[in-house]
Design a protein around this ligand. Sequence first.
Ligand code: NQM
Length: 355
Amino acid sequence: MTADGIPCMMMRGGTSKGAYFLADDLPADPAERDRLLLRIMGSPDPRQIDGIGGADPLTSKVAVIRASARPGFDVDFLFLQVFVDQSLVSDSQNCGNILAGVGAFAVERGLVRPAEGETSIRIYMENTAQSAVARITTRNGRPVYAGEARIDGVPTPAAPVYLTFTDAAGSSCGALLPTGSAATEIEGIACTLIDNGMPVVVMRAADFGLTGYESREELEANDAVKARIERIRLIAGPLMNLGDVAKKSVPKMTLVAPPTAGGAIMTRSFIPHRVHASIGVFGALSVATACMFPESPAASLASLPAGEDKSVSVEHPTGRMDILLRLDSNAPDGLGECSFLRTARKLFDGRVFTE
Ligand code: NQM
């Protein structure tokens, strides 16, 4: 099967990059599929030299997509994180950046019939059993990639991809606040354990003796802080209903500090062992949500706009991510729908070889 290669499209989705496959082009057995994906990406190897992975967690990602048999959905999307230097493929998290390429891929592969001008694709996210709607530009039966939308962390403008979520809370932990509170102390550090689309532990950078404005490289070189954060993560995992997280890419660990560029909060995110060059989509949503709980260690540092419709700007090492968050007093968790602007681009389409 693999001697002739496997159909594969490489896409940039938001600030990540990944290999997009039709589910039918991969083995149905998850163990066999994961072995193949490790080979395709070139893992385990810190340089991924014998594969198409980019030697960084943000460029070692896979999307598996099929036409949906579920009422109300166009496609099913499974996200897989292929670890760079471990023989590990994990479905324990979702990825809002790779999600940004799913609509265009679905149109490219004929899973969705595009409208003239704009097409909405209803996506079932298999990792978290939740839904998203992606709105993309389509013309003459094809996705349009060129455009003027800019997102921080990507140097070139592109066509906008609007992502909307209505049910992100408790995606993997079963509840927005899995410990029942926005303030949990672990190893003497005040934490908010939260899941609004991504399990995240939010902590004050200052509590680690940091400013929160350090570079990715500085933080990655700080072995003492990394070890302390990992100890907290391993304790937080079971408290968040995630079980033993030693081999999982969740929860993400985000250090927060006061904003410096007019945004709501500054972040540095460990995902979990490398530092994110910016911040994940759902990761940012969880952090923004944490800021709204007065008892969260993030609240006193955050600067939030008033009103029910909040445009929350989460600052990160390469700029900011803007989230539109609607509060809904009728919802049990007080949260309504939220949306993001992302962009995506087809990089190549062809066959990937494993022999
Ligand atoms: O939080 C990286 C990314 C992500 C995940 C990570 C993401 C999200 O930037 O929705 O997008 O946190 O591992 O692609």
